[in-house]
Each structure stands twice: as structure tokens, then as C-alpha cells.
Write a protein that binds this ligand. Sequence first.
Ligand SMILES: [Fe+2]
Length: 286
Amino acid sequence: MKFSHEAITQAAIDSFDGATNPRLKLIMQSLVKHLHAFAQETQLTEDEWMAGIQFLTATGHQCDDVRQEFILLSDTLGLSMLLVAMHDGTQQGATEATVLGPFHTHDAPAIQNGADITNGAPGEPLHVTGRVVTTDGKPLANALVDVWQADSEGLYDVQRGELKSQRRARGLIHTDSHGKFSFWTVLPEAYPVPTDGPVGQMLLNTGRHPWRPAHIHFMVKSDGYQPLVTHIFREGDRYLDSDVVFGVRPSLVGKFQAHEIGKAADGRDMKKPYWSLDYEFALQKK
Ligand SMILES: [Fe+2]
């Protein structure tokens, strides 16, 4: 007797009935239901599914300690940003979250408030000042600000093989008793996500551009508050409306101000033009 399509789908769903973890059962049964519906809707051929399996296999092979092609896939399909938006319980006044992205590391150097994280990264100097506060504007002292960014060539340190484990344009800073922090870095530029792997091939084959508007990543943590993972984007960037990972929120576009040669706000004598950015991060209670 020939199985009907519906009977095959139902049998696969029912096969998880005995799962003792109710959440796992729900997720697996829903995954099967939607995967089967996807195959039916597209009338997916066996050759096409084999191409899909090869694509996912290549995506896995592209991953290593510093390259996470599956995060890039999730980001470029909009799934990462959808999850951020679904679980963003941002109260009135809290800074909005956006995607983590694939270039965060757990070995950023601790730096003194006001120090320079550039460490040889190319780009025009940028002085970043900020404050970490509660949603009602009270300063959060000793909050941890984890910052990372691409340089003027659009590259993160981990993408430069010659740097090995050297870290630059990233650092860990604690806010002072007024919730304030500052550091020197380089002006970020727009960059294409890595296009030399399967995700890049997917973008090329579908006529999508690979660009992200210029931004600096921030992860801000303070005891008793929800950790905030976000970016500050550069005002005026040509890709603000078409970010390849859908991460832009208007509230996260920062004012990057150009300055001529002279004394910067922290007294540093600047012998070439530089930029400044000031932004306040508001955290919501856990
Ligand atoms: Fe980034």
C-alpha cells in the first residue's frame, strides 16, 4: 500500500510522541511539520535536496575557532534578527538589541578606561565616549563594556591570518563611578560579510549584496540587569537600509562627528583630524 504524503508527515511527527522533554518534543514535531510543508510547497526534488545537504555540509566545514559560517547563515536568512526581535522585551527607555554576529571573541584584552584599543588597526582615529545607565537614567558603575569592530579595511582582527592570536580594535572596559567609559579606536567602515564560503555563494547566486553598514559592536553587562548585545551604526552609511543581516534599528544609528586637528575632549593632542562618538546605553532590570 502506498503511503500518502500526509501519512508520511504524520508518522514522522508521531515518532517524537515518546520524547520526555516536552520542549524538545514541541520543537522537533514543529520542525518536521514545517520542513515537510516546505518540501511540498516548493515541490522540492531529490537533486535539489542533495544540493541543500551539500550546502549545509560545506557550511559546517567552513567553521573553525574564529569563523562561524552557521551564524552567518542564520544572520543572512534574517533568523538571528527575528529571534532578537521576538525576545527583546525592551522596556520604555532601554537600548535596543541587535545581532551578535560571528566575530565576537572571549579573549578581548582588558583595558583601562580612556585607553586606546587600536593596537595597529588601520583607520582614522575615533574617540568613543559613553555612559551605561538604568532605564530611569541612573548611572551603572563598574558595568562591563565589551567592544569589537572592523577596521577601515572592513576586517576584524580574527580575519587577518597574519595576526594569529593578536587582538586589536576590541577590548573590555569597566564604567567608572558615574557609569562613564571612553576609549580610542578607529572609525569603522562598511564591510562585506565573508563571501569566500557557501553563504557568500548563496548571496551571489541570489543577486544579494554582502554589505553591512559601518558599526561598532557592544556587549554591555551589569549585575542584576539584562545583558545588552547591540551595535552603534554610522550615520549616513549607504547600507543602513539594506544591511545583509537585517540588524539596523533607527535608534542605534549614532552621530559620528568629524573634528579638525587640535585637543580632543580628553586632552589628547591630535595631530591629524579625528572623529568622536557619544552614546548612552540603558539596561533593563532582569
Ligand atoms: Fe560587525
